[in-house]
Unconditional design. Structure first.
Length: 134
């Protein structure tokens, strides 16, 4: 297999994982990134999703819980939290489980970061009609 063929295969495998977890929202963001940095787009899809996120060692829901915790800890990652909160819902986490994970992160990351992540979750829940009726 040539390097070019392997590169295309890695991208295709990663794209399938990206679409299965992140759906249209994540694909659109990654495609928009390709307009300015095609190589970064390739690496995120081929390596990030194709080689790392596709590994069998953790279930997709568990990977999303880890990702939510890390993005919350980093702070300033609200656009990425939007994508991964959607992905968390797509792989079977409930809004209640997501909120519980973000609450748990407040112990380790601090209240401001947990609050920012929770507001990102609220935005996604509103968009998907998942907020409880008042």
């Amino acid at each position: 297999m040539t390097d070019s063929t392997r590169r295309q295969q890695q991208f295709a495998e990663g794209k399938a994982v990206l679409e299965a977890t992140g759906g249209t929202v994540a694909s659109n963001v990654i495609d928009a990134l390709g307009e300015v940095s095609p190589e970064l787009r390739h690496q995120i899809v081929a390596w990030g999703y194709g080689d790392i996120i596709a590994r069998p060692g953790l279930a997709p829901r568990d990977r999303q819980l880890v990702t939510l915790g890390m993005l919350t800890a980093l702070g300033g990652c609200e656009p990425q939290l939007d994508i991964h909160i959607n992905a968390s819902l797509n792989v079977g986490l409930t809004p209640e489980q997501i909120i519980e994970a973000l609450l748990h992160s407040s112990v380790y990351c601090g209240f401001p970061r947990a609050m920012n992540a929770t507001f990102a979750a609220k935005k996604v829940f509103e968009q998907r009609g998942l907020l409880p009726a008042e």
